[in-house]
Design a protein around this ligand. Structure first.
Ligand code: GMT
Length: 402
């Protein structure tokens, strides 16, 4: 039989190369959900069938994309259940979708509880004499290892899930090495860094961009802009951001724009008032259009105490914004000291403030760091490069070569 032409199937790839992939992530929270959703969209654009199996529709799945399907995991409530067993509902749904949609692999983002649920689903459908084995790829994002992994009750479960996955990836070398040393898995872990849509996260074009209008609103008297975006969890150290800002503002007219919301927001607001900088700190709360905002910044701050990758730093870099961050976790794999920004010790707000003053008072240095940051994002973390790495990895897993 003649092969179906790629033109005829309308996908731009050979029929035999089409993969049917199930993706599970936390759909509404954090960088892992963003990366999983963007990856699914990119795989679908490249002609693969993508089935999101999640508790809610992923928030980045804003518009219709061909070859993407969404399967909601319904959590059963029953008077006997004090806590509804989400992981079991997820496993049942994964098995059902894998069976009826004939999935080749399940790619789960965040080990707990997604990887054990995928394992269970795989065992369930094995019993049905399915012709092909359902492969599992687990991507470790950070807190699944660095926080949950510290809980003894989860340690063995995470190790088991990695050992039983057909492939495991980590979003940085740091996270891979930490997983090796703390979990001692029997399997190799592949580092596949996160990626960024460098078209969407573009530097501001001073002359034509409507950004200028927004910039004037945020900084009406041509003040410099420092920015931080996060979920305001304690590990993001938002109070450090406010302290750094207070020092900088005492020397240079500057505004601090804070994007996001979470448990530390109240403390940060309180601190801004204590340090008497509240009139120059804008708490924007959660925003959809982060790409439109982040490019307005002159400096991006990420003084986290733990960060396996630091997707928001990459968003800033792609937007041509120098980053001042801690030299922690996976951040040194992105941000290069003196080249794309500066890296300092955890809690060293004085050095971070000095770095910011250096950047904000030297337009040549600012432009150089911003250009280097953009180039680094384009060369190392672009969508095509990383998505193709995932596709090659899936193929190796399907061929049993991992
Ligand atoms: O850091 C968070 O608050 C959220 C968390 C998540 O689960 O999305 O982020 C983790 O995964 C991101 C995507 O891979 C990484 O960019 C973050 O660095 C990582 N967070 C930590 O390691 C603390």
């Amino acid at each position: 039989m003649p092969a179906v032409s790629t033109e005829f199937n309308g996908r731009g790839i050979e029929e035999s190369s089409i993969m049917k992939i199930g993706i599970t992530c936390y759909p509404t929270y954090g960088g892992s959900g963003v990366v999983a959703t963007e990856l699914g969209i990119e795989l679908a654009k490249r002609g693969h069938d993508v089935h999101f199996i999640t508790s809610d529709i992923p928030f980045r799945l804003a518009s219709f994309t061909e070859h993407i399907y969404f399967h909601a995991v319904e959590v059963m409530t029953y008077p006997v259940f004090e806590h509804s067993p989400y992981s079991l509902s997820l496993a049942a749904r994964m098995a059902e979708v894998a069976e009826f949609e004939d999935l080749d692999l399940l790619h789960v983002h965040y080990a707990i509880p997604h990887a054990p649920s995928a394992y269970l689903a795989k065992q369930m459908i094995k019993k049905n004499n399915r012709l092909k084995e359902l492969k599992i790829v687990t991507t470790l994002h950070g807190t699944d290892i660095t926080l949950l992994g510290m809980d003894r009750s989860f340690l063995n479960l995470i190790k088991f899930s990695i050992d039983e996955s057909d492939g495991t990836t980590a979003v940085s070398k740091y996270l891979r090495n930490r997983t090796y040393s703390e979990f001692k898995p029997n399997r190799k872990i592949e580092v596949i860094h996160n990626f960024i849509d460098t078209e969407k996260y573009q530097p501001a074009d001073d002359k034509t961009s409507p950004c200028n209008k927004f910039r004037t609103r945020l900084a009406p008297h041509k003040e410099k802009i420092m920015m931080h975006t996060s979920n305001f969890r304690p590990l993001k150290r938002v109070p450090d951001v406010v302290k750094i800002f207070a020092k900088v503002r005492s020397e240079i007219p500057t505004k601090l724009v804070l994007v996001g919301d979470g448990p530390e927001r109240y403390n940060a607001e309180q601190l801004a008032r204590e340090l008497k900088v509240e009139n120059d700190v804008l708490f924007l709360g959660k925003q959809e259009a982060v790409s439109d905002l982040i490019r307005l910044a002159d400096v991006f701050l990420l003084p986290s105490e733990s960060e396996s990758f630091g997707l928001s730093a990459l968003e800033a870099m792609s937007s041509g914004v120098p980053v001042i961050s801690t030299a922690i976790g996976g951040l040194p794999e992105l941000n290069i000291h003196g080249e794309t920004g500066f890296l300092e010790k955890l809690g060293d707000v004085d050095s971070m403030a000095d770095d910011a003053i250096k950047i904000l008072s030297d337009s040549k240095l600012a432009a150089q760091l911003g250009a280097n940051a953009r180039r680094r994002a384009l060369e190392n973390f672009g969508t095509d490069k990383i998505v193709n790495t995932y596709i090659d990895y899936y193929q190796r897993v399907l061929e049993g070569k991992e």
